[in-house]
Ligand binder design. Structure first.
Ligand code: SAH
Ligand code: SF4
Length: 371
């Protein structure tokens, strides 16, 4: 008889307690178990030395712990970005990236993990390598969480630092900016983020977790009402419906007149200032007129714009704008009173842009992106 496996990382603290009790143990064992998973970065039941051997054997039989297998592991030339292509239990693949930032404004080192929330993506943005792969399935909460735990374990076992707080946490930030649209996998993303944020779990502050969305308005409004108060990034990329419709099909369903009020609602409910991401593509959305439209759209809103020098994708249609072009765009925004920064994509030598490594891997192995 095949029983559905219990995936440990899918469970919140109550569910973990219930499992432990079902296996005939006292509820407090769940706290010990969570400590091993989330604080001590265990990777097997064997390591959990203060749990009775009998209990560990029962867990081994009843529960599945880690499921991700690294297929490719690439480190950028400057050593600051590391990208891993993971294989999931069903053979599907996703990407996650670790980024080190040494000289941040706060003077503290930042270590950010960029994670995926879906295999592929249903939103089909034309400039995005993931969007062009189609949609396969949602990730389970545990598959989302495990990407973070993998990097925490990797850092703890390979990187040394004098900073005790940094050594304890291993990573400082998580961004949901890998493959997939997080708000299209709402429940699973929420469960994973709650464990990332909770005392029982990874204990990352909500300010250290950023959710990026292409703009699913109803889910964005729902997120505003959660107690999570995550940092929010919106993939804007165009400031008129005409242009945005051409780049991002989601805009036809939720146009700017609905998206912008939803972002303001998020700000009002959570106090988190949204960041609008604007990737510049040569001759498509990078003109002075485009900058003026962006200023017009965002004027008076307490927000920031992140200008991104776009990553080239397989399609010839979207080529990155030059840094000089980005700087001109930036000047226009500043002149219009819009706070902004320029982000130069990290790890382009290791295909660290969204969906790029997977696209190449699919090509090399002649795999089909969609089942
Ligand atoms: N689906 C979510 C989060 C994942 S995409 C979203 O769209 O927000 C993460 C970021 O990468 C988004 O801002 C997305 O617009 C951006 N992106 C996708 N393709 C890109 C490209 N070719 N160049 C630069 N940024 C890109
Ligand atoms: Fe999906 Fe985001 Fe890529 Fe659009 S940009 S296809 S929403 S991953």
């Amino acid at each position: 008889m095949d029983k559905e496996p219990v995936y440990l990382l899918d469970l919140n603290s109550e569910e973990l307690k219930a499992l432990v009790v079902t296996l005939g143990e006292k509820a407090y064992r769940a706290d010990q178990l969570a400590q091993w998973i989330y604080k001590k970065s265990a990777v097997s039941f064997d390591e959990m030395s203060d749990l009775p051997q009998g209990f560990r054997s029962k867990l081994q039989e009843a529960a599945v712990f880690f499921t991700l297998k690294p297929l490719e592991d690439k480190i950028s030339c400057d050593g600051q970005t590391r990208k891993i292509l993971f294989q999931l239990e069903d053979g599907q693949t996703i990407e996650s990236t670790l980024m080190f930032y040494e000289n941040t404004n706060s003077g503290r080192e930042r270590r950010t993990v960029c994670i995926s929330t879906q295999v592929g993506c249903p939103m089909a943005c034309h400039f995005c390598a993931t969007g062009q792969q189609g949609f396969v399935r949602n990730l389970r909460p545990g598959e989302i969480l495990e990407q973070v735990l993998y990097f925490i374990h990797l850092i703890k076992t390979t990187v040394t630092t004098e900073d005790r707080e940094l050594a304890r946490k291993a990573i400082t930030n998580v961004v949901l900016m890998g493959m997939g649209e997080p708000l299209a996998n709402y429940e699973n993303v929420r469960t994973a983020v709650q464990t990332l944020n909770s005392k029982y779990g990874v204990e990352l502050g909500a300010r250290q977790i950023t959710l990026s969305t292409s703009g699913l308005v109803p889910q964005l409004r729902r997120l505003a009402e959660e107690s999570l108060h995550l940092e929010l990034a919106i993939s804007l990329h165009a400031a008129t419906d005409d242009l945005r419709n051409r780049l991002m099909p989601v805009n036809r369903k939720y146009p700017l007149a609905e998206l912008i009020p939803a972002c303001i609602y998020y700000l009002e409910k959570t106090g988190r200032r949204p960041t609008f991401e604007y990737a510049l593509f040569e001759g498509i959305n990078d003109s002075a007129e485009n900058a003026r439209e962006t200023t017009e759209l965002l004027k008076g809103i307490n927000c920031a714009v992140n200008i991104i020098v776009g990553n080239p994708t397989a399609s010839n249609e979207f080529r990155s704008s030059s840094l000089a072009k980005a700087q001109i765009f930036q000047k226009h925004l500043f002149a219009g009173g819009i706070f902004n920064t320029i982000r130069v994509s990290r790890g382009t030598d290791i295909e660290a842009g969204c969906g790029q490594l997977k696209s190449r891997w699919l090509k090399d192995t002649n795999s089909q992106p969609v089942k």
